[in-house]
Design a protein around this ligand. Structure first.
Ligand code: GUN
Ligand code: ZN
Length: 431
């Protein structure tokens, strides 16, 4: 088997760092190397040690750039690639005016396949190697995405959206058809190569109680699947949700009473939570997902990261394209930093980069496979250049420490800072 050796500065996390002095939480090697074989990292460490293990390896010298685990986006909408930057609306109008019409086009399998190629290219161009994606209501949209990810050997978690009311007929399924289509997709794709299925009721407004019962049945029949939905994003949404489910104690209780919470459940946004909801998230081990560019763009609210952490809740962080405005997890960290600043909270650069790699992998229960540069994990790797633009380069002339460099990437970086992205050991960018 051909081996590849990537040389450069390497950074990987073992735990969430308290601050820059918490050197136990990460490993940083100035002259480091990664040895790749058969899509996996087989050795990682100082260049002199790793190179000695495989003198025959093909060498790719990325010095002076920084090698990290590929980024993980834990909430993104595949059929919203043409919805990004749709003007002037808050959540419910934005959904009905822009999003549902765009998603209706994914009834066409050819359109779905073309957009799946664009979507996967955009992810890897921005350094993202794993995504957790909502597809449209149409089974063919999920087929297109799974098949595109499979052809690239890319780790992808996705599901057909279940939505049987309160949208437009072109994007409605029924409780029964959503069960049938999800079951067929799980049989075809879940656990195949690097693909996993996420049972995907869109949110309580667009699912009848009968459909949430079907989601419960799917989750019980397929306990290794993920579950993804939306929670408490916008005040008008919350009012409407409570009107539709008057017996629920609160928004989260709708999902809870349908057996949809647990460590494999991802809940986008989770902005306006009641105290009981926070306790229930903690008790069930469910994961809120912070989507800063979306929360600012749609004017939805400010994610209270410190409050959730204080309750021992592990949140993901994500782009939420197309409510979100950038595919870049670096730009996501930039806006995340500002959202937390507004609440007198902090997002240290080391914590930020841990979050989009190891942290998001841990939320998905996939730390043994992705999110670090540990030997035995999959070779999803990003190569970063903190001098990618003139403005970054002049700022970097005054950066002396690793955490300063990371903060420049966090605040100023985007796809231009991604020199290369490796998916299962294969370079994705033509350089
Ligand atoms: N809530 C229900 N559907 C959506 C969606 O597509 N995007 C966002 N941001 N929130 C939602
Ligand atoms: Zn979303």
């Amino acid at each position: 088997m051909t081996k590849t050796l990537l040389r450069g500065r390497i950074l990987t996390f073992h735990a969430r760092p308290c601050d820059a002095s918490d050197t136990d939480a990460f490993t940083y090697i100035e002259d480091g190397a990664l040895l790749l074989s058969d899509g996996q990292i087989i050795a990682s460490g100082p260049h002199a040690d790793v190179a000695g293990q495989a003198p025959e390896a093909q060498v790719i010298d990325h010095r002076p750039h920084l090698l990290m685990a590929g980024f993980i986006d834990t909430h993104i909408h595949f059929p919203q690639v043409q919805v990004v930057a749709s003007w002037g609306a808050k959540l419910l109008d934005w959904l009905s005016d822009y999003t549902f019409p765009a998603e209706a086009e994914y009834a066409n399998a050819q359109h779905s396949r073309a957009m799946a190629r664009v979507f996967c290219d955009l992810l890897t161009d921005h350094g993202t190697t794993t995504a957790v994606a909502f597809c449209s209501v149409h089974k063919s949209s999920a087929e297109a995405l799974f098949s595109e990810a499979q052809s690239r050997n890319m780790r992808m978690i996705a599901g057909k959206t279940m939505m049987d009311r309160n949208a437009s007929p072109a994007v409605h399924d029924t409780a029964q058809s959503s069960y049938n289509d999800s079951t067929a997709l799980i049989a075809q794709w879940h656990g195949r190569n690097r693909l996993s299925y996420a049972i995907t009721p869109r949110f309580a407004i667009t699912s009848t109680p009968e459909q949430l019962e079907m989601a419960r049945t799917l989750a019980a029949e397929h306990p290794s699947c993920f579950i993804q939905t939306h929670l408490s994003e916008n005040h008008a949404e919350i009012v409407e949700t409570k009107r539709l489910y008057p017996q629920a104690r609160d928004y989260l209780d709708i999902y809870e009473s349908h057996g949809l919470l647990g460590p494999r459940t991802l809940l986008g946004h989770a902005l306006h939570l009641e105290h009981r909801e926070v306790e229930a998230l903690a008790a069930t081990g469910s994961h809120p997902v912070f989507c800063p560019t979306s929360n600012l763009f749609l004017g939805s609210g400010l994610f209270d990261d410190a409050h959730l952490r204080a309750h021992g809740i592990d949140s993901g962080i994500a782009t939420d394209i197309g409510g979100g405005t950038s595919y870049s997890m670096l730009q996501t960290l930039n806006e995340g930093y500002k959202v937390l600043q507004l609440q007198d909270q902090t997002l240290h650069a080391l914590q930020a980069f841990d979050w989009i790699t190891r942290g998001n992998a841990a939320v998905l229960g996939l730390s043994d496979k992705i999110g670090t540069l540990a030997p035995g994990t999959e070779a999803d790797i990003v190569v970063l250049d903190a001098r990618a633009t003139p403005a970054m380069a002049v700022r970097m002339d005054r950066a002396e420490r690793l955490d300063e460099e990371l903060f420049v990437l966090q605040m100023m970086g985007d796809d231009r800072a991604i020199v290369q992205t490796y998916v299962a050991g294969a370079p994705q960018k033509t350089v």
